[in-house]
Design a protein around this ligand. Structure first.
Ligand SMILES: [Zn+2]
Length: 430
């Protein structure tokens, strides 16, 4: 039976560090339990008493928020790594190991199971639905995280996109991280520890573990082993996904994801003039919108229905008018949240397309340089080669840069259509 860390692909160093920390966390709990037993049961064997005192001291250190240097267990962690490298997988696995009854992340006990399934009472996951995590959400979370863990182990708070915290939310979190309740562990996931992603003060309070972009071979191996994907499909998908494990799995198993990718990779061929460049920009934006809408429509409707039921829509009688006004406010709030989530889904879909496109021009560049590296997109390698002949290394690089700049511009809140149109013109003209 594979343990909770089995899904982390190609991250041996991080897994080692997390295993050691989980073992030391388990030792802290055992020490606390033994100290408690000793305190309530009267005299103990003097040999044990020393050990217990040491354990109790270790816990006191933990309680004060200090890191135990040898084992590396501490109250606040930042897990960084490129998208798809498994930041949130690592966070969830570590949470499971902390809640594991055997203290190892066995993958079999109830603590492991419920954590991985997302139903453990002492593990809270914050996933920003919109563009950022607000202060209200963070305050509520910090407050609940300070309570005694109901399972008797740890309160774990996972913030899946810590780079999307608003400044106020970051401050609320900082306060908790500065003076952590003795049994609370914060796991923050972010692309990097750059100050744009995580504030310097939060960074200084956390232990940082960096995940790497896993090698395509490692990603292909896990697709074959865990998902039963045929080896040749797995190799193609792993290369095309550029180290993004979830993306590789979708490409291998979801025909729609494949046809969306095909449409994106047809763009370079279609750029035959100004008009074609603008058409390609429209097509790319609209495809991202359609993909995002498909992703959120169902949950939007379900949320709206649930809220209307909860508000008792259609009620009459005394107080109904006032209740209706309150209900309208709540519905408006929900719509705002949903709109923000839709915008994020669109940007994510567009970003995936841009990453695919960047892979194509990267292939053209490596072909022009005759670099001995495998292409990202094996199925368009011949096309990239033809591009390289026309554009040379310099022209290929300019086009690759145009895609990179487009991603950066959208991240910096430039209107996507404007950024994509500018990119397409460069991709056409060079
Ligand atoms: Zn377990």
């Amino acid at each position: 039976m594979p343990d909770v860390f089995a899904d982390l692909v190609g991250q041996d160093d991080v897994v080692d560090a997390l295993r050691r920390a989980a073992a030391s966390a388990a030792a802290v709990l055992r020490g606390a339990a033994a100290a408690h037993a000793a305190a309530t049961a009267g005299p103990v064997d003097p040999d044990d008493a020393d050990a217990l005192a040491a354990e109790a001291e270790a816990e006191a250190t933990e309680g004060a928020g200090g890191a135990d240097q040898e084992s590396g267990m501490t109250h606040a962690w930042i897990l960084t790594g490129p998208p798809g490298s498994g930041r949130s997988v690592a966070a969830r696995a570590f949470a499971a190991a902390l809640q594991c009854r055997r203290g190892t992340g066995c993958g079999e006990c109830q603590g492991c199971h419920t954590t991985l399934a997302g139903t453990h009472a002492d593990v809270r996951l914050v996933v920003p639905e919109g563009l950022s995590i607000g202060v209200g959400e963070m305050r509520a979370l910090v407050l609940r995280a300070a309570s005694t863990p109901s399972g008797g182990r740890w309160q774990v708070v996972i913030v899946s996109d810590a780079d999307r915290l608003t400044e106020a939310a970051g401050n609320a979190l900082l306060k908790a991280v500065e003076e952590p309740p003795p049994r609370t562990v914060f796991l923050l996931c972010a692309p990097s520890t750059h100050p744009d992603d995580v504030s310097v003060t939060i960074r200084s309070r956390c232990r940082v573990l960096s995940l790497r972009q896993p090698a395509p071979e490692a990603v292909a191996e896990v697709l074959v082993r865990r998902d039963g994907v045929a080896p040749d499909v797995a190799r193609w998908a792993a290369a095309a996904a550029q180290g993004h494990v979830g993306r590789a799995r979708r490409l291998a198993g979801d025909p729609e994801a494949r046809s969306r990718r095909d449409a994106v990779l047809a763009v370079p061929r279609r750029l035959t003039g100004v008009g074609a460049a603008f058409d390609a920009a429209s097509a790319l934006i609209e495809a991202a919108e359609a993909e995002a809408e498909a992703a959120v429509t169902e949950s939007d409707a379900a949320e709206r229905a649930a809220l209307q039921t909860a508000l008792g829509a259609g009620g009459t009688g005394r107080g109904a008018a006032g209740a209706m006004r309150g209900a309208a406010g709540q519905l408006k709030e929900l719509e705002k949240r949903q709109k923000s989530r839709a915008t994020r889904a669109q940007r994510d879909a567009l970003d995936r397309a841009l990453v695919d496109l960047a892979g194509f021009y990267r292939d053209a560049l490596t072909a022009a340089l005759r670099a001995p590296v495998a292409p990202v997109h094996t199925d368009t390698a011949a096309l990239a080669e033809a591009g390289a002949q026309r554009w040379d290394a310099e022209g290929s690089l300019r086009r690759l840069e145009a895609v990179v700049e487009c991603r950066a511009a959208i991240e910096a809140n430039v209107k996507p259509r404007i950024a994509v149109e500018a990119m397409m013109l460069t991709l056409w003209k060079g």
